[in-house]
Write a protein that binds this ligand. Structure first.
Ligand code: ATP
Ligand code: PRP
Ligand code: MG
Length: 281
């Protein structure tokens, strides 16, 4: 039985539940459910605090988990990334009142508030800077207003929270984070994990690609195939009219309209886009 750690709350919990559901696993019936047994897939899901997930997986108590890269690295737990999940993207950055500092080098002797002391200590050590780290549970942006710290280091997505607190980012981002699937560092190969990874990859592919179909004159098929090479190679099918063929290929969703324009200019007609519900590459 595969034992999976899932975030029970916070911004990663809904998209994490969603990607597992799309991959064919059972979800929670209500948000207070702590353990879900999915007999059909022989999987047990444990809903835990996002911050604790790397601890459980690092100890090998649970086989895999979904958490943020920032939480994984902050924990220092012996767990590693098995795959990126394409949601929960954010940066982890220093911020202060405008003009207070321009790089980590300016932080010597200063007080830095954060919920990620592990990440901050490591960044300060790398820069050879000595500063004091004030550990807070959340809403760290307010620490500067209240005089508890000079600087904060926190998760930034849109930057709205910082702006509202009158703060500005400075220096290089400490980390680019996103949701990741993690494994114990010393894990052995596990076929059940490989199945989970393949299923999740299928979901990501179905989200990122669409299926494109079109008809084109036979003499243009090489040119058209170069525009839509597909994953391996496009499917070319004969049509009743011997001068035409039908072409079918997966294309990146974000390029759909640009590719349709290009194909139309080339002479393709009956260009159709369809969603991919699921796939296994
Ligand atoms: N605004 C955000 N955008 C993207 N990811 C975020 C955002 N806020 C937090 N995260 C990510 O969520 C994870 C932290 O989860 P956690 O549940 O501790 O905090 P949260 O999502 O801020 O929820 P809350 O503070 O309401 O409990 C980290 O990996 C962090 O990068
Ligand atoms: O750049 P933004 O789009 O504004 O998002 C970033 C904010 O979101 C999270 O806070 P959350 O609302 O989870 O509160 P918290 O600080 O208590 O965790 C994070 O800690 C930042 O404060
Ligand atoms: Mg938060």
């Amino acid at each position: 039985m595969l034992r999976v750690a899932m975030p029970n709350k916070g911004s990663l919990s809904e998209p994490a539940a969603e990607i597992l559901r799309e991959a064919g696993y059972r979800g929670r019936r209500e948000s207070k459910e702590l353990v879900v047994f999915d007999a059909d897939n022989d999987v047990e899901l444990f809903f835990l605090r996002p911050r604790d997930i790397a601890v459980y997986v690092g100890r090998g108590t649970l086989d895999v988990g979904i958490t943020g890269r920032d939480l994984l690295l902050d924990s220092g737990a012996p767990a590693t990334e098995r795959m990126q999940l394409g949601f929960g993207a954010s940066t982890f950055r220093y911020a202060a009142r405008p003009g207070f500092a321009s790089s980590v080098k300016d932080l010597a002797g200063k007080r830095i508030a954060t919920s990620f002391p592990g990440l901050v200590q490591a960044d300060l050590a790398k820069a050879g800077v000595e500063a004091s780290v004030v550990r807070l549970d959340g809403a760290v942006e307010t620490a500067v207003t209240l005089g508890v710290a000079d600087v904060i280091a926190d998760v930034v997505e849109t930057g709205t929270t910082l702006r509202n607190a009158g703060l500005e980012v400075f220096g290089e981002p400490i980390l680019n984070s996103e949701a990741v699937l993690i494994r114990p560092e010393r894990a052995n190969g596990d076929p059940a994990v490989d199945v989970l990874v393949r299923r999740l990859q299928g979901v990501l592919t179905a989200r990122d690609y669409v299926m494109l179909d079109y008809d084109i004159r036979k003499d243009l098929v090489e040119k058209a195939s170069a525009v839509t090479p597909g994953l391996e190679s496009p499917t070319i099918s004969p049509l009743h009219d011997p001068d035409y063929v039908a072409v079918r290929a997966m294309v990146p969703r974000r390029r759909t309209n640009a590719l349709m324009d290009e194909l139309y200019d080339l002479g393709a007609r009956a260009i159709l886009v369809t969603e991919i519900a699921a796939c296994r590459l």
